[in-house]
Design a binder for this molecule. Structure first.
Ligand code: FSX
Ligand code: SF4
Ligand code: F3S
Length: 365
């Protein structure tokens, strides 16, 4: 087999400076959630390890995960694709197409059997022999099973790949589900989110690429460094929740003042993701910061939990918040009952203030 280049070999060949290489390694170390003590290990791996061969498949989905991946800023998606991995097959990013492209997939599977990383976006459709999702002229389910057989590890990107996503929403007419039942016993990392945060996508693939093993996972197979926190616990609106200050509608004073969106259906208390601490697009924003409640897009079957703008009966009204969110202590529930009472007082005050403002305007007319 021909010698494969390491990340450092690629930088040398392209004439990119050692300084840029080290800066890239430092960015990767931070992105993988590792301490700076690990930088030398990252540099060693990047110097010595051949770039990992990656096959990136797309099933039943909207391609939003790619849209997200392409916006990764640290590391840049272009660095990941051109300098950090050996991407041999991708429906979206490859220049090739048609029969030669499909033939290249078969060659790659054979040549790197047992060595490549398989990244998968999208759900698997199985109804009517999988005809509702065809790729390269074959049902996607068949391609997935064939490619997964030779993979060293599998990464499921997006809630569609981890649990079926929008295709699997009631009544699931195409018989769609996540990929886990179709990859045999291969090691699997679940990276949910619709889509996942760009840097989470690049961070996970670089961890597998550089260390040749999966990052530490939680009970749902998600990387702990990115899914260890509840949105609610990292939310900058949390002080308003704690103070019982809630927006009641999208255009009321509470909403304009940036109060907690819990009463507008926010699923932050039952959702684990990094949006609260990493945010999106170089820390620019995330749904809650733009005034929209979290819809729990990294939760399995979240599409079936509409309407998104309401607290659902199964989660209960404010007083029942102790039933939601795995780690929520009973004490919090008790506290929240108090918040409920506080909230009623605040609401009354707000209504009075709004009425006064309204009356004032009427008088001026
Ligand atoms: Fe699903 Fe991704 Fe949502 Fe879309 O590839 S997770 S529908 S953002 O695109 O699979
Ligand atoms: Fe933030 Fe939503 Fe929790 Fe309110 S309910 S603090 S908006 S995560
Ligand atoms: Fe999704 Fe909620 Fe983050 S909707 S993007 S998990 S804030």
């Amino acid at each position: 087999m021909d010698k494969r280049e390491s990340m450092w070999d690629v930088y040398l060949r392209k004439g990119i400076s050692r300084r840029s290489f080290l800066k890239g390694c430092a960015a990767l170390t931070a992105m993988m959630g590792l301490s700076t003590d690990m930088l030398s290990e990252v540099v060693e791996a990047a110097e010595a390890k051949p770039l990992p061969v990656v096959i990136w498949l797309h099933g039943h989905e909207c391609t939003g995960c790619d849209e997200s991946f392409l916006r990764s800023a640290s590391p840049l998606a272009s660095d990941v694709v051109l300098n950090n991995i050996d991407l041999e097959y991708s429906h979206v990013l490859s220049a090739g197409s048609g029969e030669p492209f499909e033939a290249h997939l078969e060659e790659t599977i054979q040549k790197y059997a047992g060595q490549y990383i398989l990244a998968v976006e999208g759900a698997v459709s199985t109804k009517d022999n999988g005809i509702y999702c065809m790729t390269g002229g074959k049902p996607f389910v068949q391609t997935l099973q064939r490619v997964a057989k030779g993979a060293a590890a599998v990464i499921a990107y997006g809630t569609c790949a981890t649990s079926g996503g929008i295709q699997a929403a009631n009544p699931n007419p195409t018989g769609s589900s996540g990929i886990s039942h179709f990859i045999g016993d291969k090691p699997l990392v679940n990276v949910p989110g619709c889509p996942p945060i760009p840097e989470v996508m690049t961070g996970v693939i670089m961890h597998v690429a550089l260390f040749g093993k999966l990052p530490p996972l939680d009970g749902d197979g998600r990387p702990k460094q990115f899914y260890g926190n509840r949105i609610h616990d990292t939310c900058y609106r949390r002080p308003f929740f704690d103070a019982g200050l809630f927006a009641e509608s999208y255009d009321d004073k509470g909403s304009k003042a940036g109060w907690c969106l819990y009463k507008l259906g926010c699923r932050g208390p039952e959702t684990y993701n990094s949006c609260g601490n990493m945010r999106w697009y170089q820390g620019m924003s995330y749904p809650i910061q733009s005034g929209a409640p979290c819809i729990g897009c990294s939760n399995a079957h979240f599409w079936d939990e509409a309407p998104f703008s309401k607290r659902l009966p199964e989660y209960g009204p404010l007083g029942d918040i102790d039933k939601i969110g795995a780690g929520l202590a009973v004490a919090t529930g008790v506290g929240v009952v108090a918040h409920g009472a506080l909230s009623t007082i605040q609401k009354k005050k707000r209504q009075e203030a709004e009425q006064a403002e309204h009356d004032e305007k009427q008088v001026k007319k």
